[in-house]
Design a protein around this ligand. Structure first.
Ligand SMILES: [Zn+2]
Length: 85
């Protein structure tokens, strides 16, 4: 793993603010390669925002930007998000 990279557990808190369910075990299906992984297994990169990348093909599955009390989330790289409620 890249030393600047975290795993998906690092963003579970942020995602739980939006999705009021347990997010570490939610499954994201990559829109590029079709691989399905638990959020906790996604590769997380933090810079000006947060990018969750597919551990199989490195596709940017989710992009998150926060600015004070606002948040933008882009799921353009995701085929599906499966959550247990
Ligand atoms: Zn992928």
């Amino acid at each position: 793993m890249d030393e600047l990279m975290l795993d998906g557990n690092a963003v579970a808190g942020v995602l739980s603010e939006v999705f009021a369910v347990e997010m570490t075990t939610a499954t994201m299906t990559c829109g590029h390669c079709g691989a399905a992984h638990a959020v906790g297994a996604m590769h997380v990169f933090r810079g000006a925002g947060i990018v969750l990348r597919c551990p199989n093909c490195d596709n940017a599955v989710v992009k998150i930007v926060e600015d004070g009390n606002r948040m933008w989330m882009n799921f353009g790289g995701m085929q599906a998000l499966e959550m247990i409620h």
